[in-house]
Design a protein around this ligand. Structure first.
Ligand code: I3S
Length: 128
């Protein structure tokens, strides 16, 4: 008799459109600039590609480079406090190199999934 234990599998690939802004870069505060951003989680890397409306898909098209990449190893995620943003469902992501991002979606389930995926990724790769 096989007993299949149901284990939570960490999604190593995930993508979707989220509202994203940087708030700190290399430890320095930068001006918020919320943008609807195509976001891809790939292993321990989070990739962002702006540019809706260009008509070219990020994967298939000529825009081969993501706009911005974040190494999640050694980073942290938490739900952002009200002081950080007036929006609801905001994740605050801090990286090891002192970049802070806010990530938001109006849709509860979407942002909860991302929160889980990001925390699991950070935990999984904590000792690398
Ligand atoms: O943290 P802040 O400064 O209240 O953030 C708001 C501003 O960045 C505002 O832009 P301008 O100050 O450049 O006009 C944005 O439009 C708002 O969305 C920012 O606040 P929220 O609470 O939405 O993160």
């Amino acid at each position: 008799v096989y007993v299949v234990k149901h284990k939570q599998i960490t999604p190593s690939e995930k993508c979707g459109v989220l509202n994203v802004t940087k708030i700190t870069e290399h430890g320095k505060k930068v001006r918020k600039n919320w943008a609807s951003t195509w976001t891809v989680l790939q292993g321990s890397t989070l990739l962002f590609a702006k540019g809706q409306g260009s008509g070219t898909s990020w994967f298939g098209g000529n825009q081969s480079k993501p706009e911005f990449t974040v190494d999640l190893r050694g980073g942290s995620v938490e739900w952002a406090s009200k002081e950080k943003s007036s929006k609801k469902h905001v994740i605050e992501l801090k990286t090891r190199v002192g970049t802070e991002l806010l990530i938001q979606s109006e849709i509860d389930s979407v942002i909860n999934d991302w929160f889980r995926a990001l925390s699991e990724t950070i935990n999984t790769h904590a000792w690398e």
